[in-house]
Each structure stands twice: as C-alpha cells, then as structure tokens.
Write a protein that binds this ligand. Structure first.
Ligand code: NAD
Ligand code: DAU
Length: 353
C-alpha cells in the first residue's frame, strides 16, 4: 500500500506528509518540482525515514509520473502541487496556467492510464484527491451566507481562475472516465512552514526584522482562517470516507479582517518577544496600495464535511495563532534559509524594496 502526494515540499503538502506519517506506516511517495515555494528543509525530520520517498519532478512530466505510478502502485494520489500566491499570479499568470491547469490535466491523464490497468476492485477503491481553494467561488458581500459546495464558480484572480479550471478538469475526469475523484475547497491556512510571501508569515518576518507591516487597501478584507493541521486532518478524513465525485468545503469558522489578524500577531509578538525599545510591533503597520481585483470577503460553510464525515477543526484561531507565532520564533533558521536569494527579488518587485 502506498500514496502519491504531489507538492509535498510546500506549505500544506509538507504539513500533510508529517501529519500522515505520524499515524501511518504506509509508504508515501512525494513528487515535487521544488519551485521557489518548495523546500526540502520542510521535510528534514524525515531524512532518514524509509516510509518517505522524495522525487524531484514535475506533475506535467508524463513519463516520470507514469513510471512512478507503475513502480509504487499507489492506492491514492493526493494533489497539492500548484502555484499558490495570488500576487504572483497578478504579475505572471502563465506559470499558474502551466502548473495548475496544464499540469493538473497531464497528471489526470497519467493517473487515468494507471487506474485503467488496475483490477476492478482496485479501480473501485482508488482515489484521486484534488486539493483546491475557496477562492474559486469569488468574493462575498458583507451579509451573504458563507460559501457552500453548491455556490457558483466566480473566480476573480488569475490564481483563482487557474484553480477553478483545475477543479473542472477533475470533475470532468470523473464524469467522463469514471476516475474516482474527491475535491476539497479550503479557506486560508496558517501554521508551520508557511512561506513568508503570504500575509501571516510575512508580517511575522517583517515585524522581527523591524520592517513595515504592509496592509493592502483599508485592511478590512475578510479571510476565514484555518490551522494547517486541521486542513490536513480534513484531507485525511475525505480520503478515508468521502464519496467519489463529491466536493467538500473546509474552513475554520474564523472570519477575520486582515487588520485584526495583523494586530493580533503584533500583540502576540509584544508578549512573546517584545521590541527592545518598548514600543508595540503595531507601530510598524503601514497601509499600502491595494491588490488589483482584491476579493473583499471569503467564508466557508463547512457543514457538509462536518455532518457527513464528522470533521471539525481542533484549533481555535487563538490557539492556532499562538502556536504559529511560537513556531516562527523557534525556527528562525528556517526563516533565514527561505528568505535569502530569490525571496528578496520578489519583495522588491511587490513592495518596492
Ligand atoms: P505552496 O506554494 O506552499 O506549495 C506548492 C508546492 O507545489 C511547492 O512545494 C512547489 O515546489 C510544488 N510545485 C509547484 N509546481 C509544481 C509542479 N509543476 N510539479 C510538482 N510540484 C510543483 O502551496 P500551499 O499553500 O501549500 O498550497 C497547496 C495546495 O493547497 C495548492 O493546490 C493550493 O491551491 C491549495 N490551497 C492552499 C491554501 C492556503 O491557504 N495556502 C488554501 C486552500 C487551498
Ligand atoms: O483562501 C484560500 C487562499 O488563501 C489560497 O487558495 C491561496 O493559495 C493562499 O495564498 C491564500 O490566498 P490569499 O490571497 O487570501 O492569502 P494572502 O496571505 O496572500 O493574503 C491574505 C490577505 O491579506 C489578503 O486579503 C491580502 C492581504 N495582504 C496580503 C499580503 C501578502 C496584505 O494586506 N498585505 C500583504 O502584504
């Protein structure tokens, strides 16, 4: 028995690999291209672990993926690999189309070829689990109900559009070819190994470096935050008991305006690692130009996965954020390693130095 995970050197993928291997002896094959967002340092604790096989490669490489499938004969493929940052998709959408749309399609074709050759029993129990996002649903009005699985797809950024396209491909491979797929659409994650281009780790990194904490626009955009290990547990549960062809929304019932998130991070840092001048880190908050086409509000209605599969988050925003801040304080070597080189070029492009 084995699993093939794509994108397992990224933020959520690496958390999934750790969470999964903490409770299973099944072989886990981890295929990752190691883009700027992929980092073997996230998997360092597994360096000597024979249950984890890392393969450096692209999901779009049919020859490689088909050879891996034949060699390891996984009972499931969990597809995390993607270009994932909205701001980067605004600067350069084509990488997003290449990996998220074309790459997902190539992967589906490789998996379909493998799956078609399985015995009827193995075909029935096989799963392709596609990890997607709430951003496919677009932006909510202030009083609108949270996103349900039945909401229309209204993606607004190149990233969201590429993920929406990938969701449609996954759906079509089920409907047309019978591939037993599952799709999860999750809200904003936070936690260990979060790359500091995203709001929470960027703010922690800048705060400790004495740099401005950039708030886009008025800072009143709302996101629904979920601790990453709760997301990983949801994925494991959907893999175990989700119904093929179904989609499951995953979220934390934690809607917060960005400015509130940043102020809470500043308070936690004030408590755990106070500034030497006695001032609050909140002094570093700086309002900057808004993101183009910035979605105002996301919120997930996770009642389907709760009622059907019994999943609900274990962390509150308060407990999860405290753990996260402590993790960043305890892992400054990791932060230093991922914020060298190309990271600086990105910061210059996005924030003007
Ligand atoms: P990430 O950017 O941290 O990691 C992506 C990983 O995919 C990296 O390790 C990268 O090297 C790898 N990768 C990229 N292109 C590849 C390719 N062509 N072939 C093989 N590997 C490739 O992303 P993340 O935040 O961990 O997100 C993982 C998945 O979860 C994505 O599909 C994303 O859309 C989805 N998601 C993310 C969030 C979030 O808050 N971060 C929320 C909901 C859904
Ligand atoms: O909703 C799920 C999505 O969450 C995932 O699909 C994406 O992969 C993930 O990146 C995340 O997208 P967001 O755009 O919501 O995350 P980000 O951390 O980039 O931004 C969170 C909010 O903070 C958003 O409203 C933009 C704002 N922001 C972000 C940055 C980087 C700022 O105000 N300043 C910043 O410097």
């Amino acid at each position: 028995m084995s699993l093939l995970v794509t994108g397992g050197a990224g933020f959520i993928g690496s958390n999934f690999v750790h969470t999964w291997l903490a409770g299973s002896d099944e072989l886990l094959v981890n295929l990752d291209k190691l883009t700027y967002a992929g980092n073997l340092g996230n998997l360092q604790a597994l360096a000597q672990d024979t249950r984890h096989v890392f393969v450096h490669g692209d999901i779009g490489d049919r020859q490689l993926v088909e050879a891996l499938l034949q060699q390891h004969r996984p009972r499931a493929v969990l597809h995390f690999a993607a270009e994932s940052h909205v701001d980067r998709s605004i600067h350069g959408p084509l990488d997003f189309i290449q990996t998220n749309v074309v790459g997902t399609c190539q992967l589906l074709e490789s998996v379909r070829a493998y799956w078609s050759g399985l015995s009827p029993d193995a075909q029935q129990s096989f799963r392709f689990l596609h990890v997607s996002t709430d951003e496919v649903y677009g932006s909510l009005e202030p009083q609108a109900p949270a996103f349900k699985e039945t909401n229309l797809y209204e993606p607004n950024s190149p990233y969201a559009a590429s993920k929406a396209a990938s969701d449609h491909l996954v759906r079509a491979w089920h409907h047309t070819y019978g591939l037993p797929v599952l799709t999860t659409n999750c809200s904003n994650n936070y936690g260990p190994f979060h790359f500091p281009e995203k709001l929470i780790p960027l703010v922690l990194h800048n705060a400790l470096a004495g740099k401005p904490l950039p708030i886009y626009g008025d800072g009143m955009q709302i996101r629904d935050w979920l601790y990453v290990q709760d997301h990983c547990r949801a994925i494991a549960r959907v893999l175990e008991a989700g119904r093929p062809g179904e989609t499951y929304n995953v979220g934390g019932w934690n809607e917060k305006p960005n400015i509130e998130v940043v102020r809470t991070l500043c308070s936690l840092l004030d408590e755990l690692q106070p500034r030497t001048d006695g001032q609050s880190y909140a002094e570093q908050i700086t309002y900057v130009k808004d993101r183009a086409g910035h979605d105002r509000r996301y919120a997930i209605d996770a009642s389907k996965i709760n009622h059907e599969l019994g999943w609900r988050p274990q962390e509150t925003f308060e407990t999860g954020l405290r753990k996260t801040v402590q993790w960043y304080l305890d892992n400054q070597d990791w932060v230093t390693a991922v914020t060298s080189g190309h990271y600086r070029q990105w910061v210059d492009l996005q924030y003007g130095g």
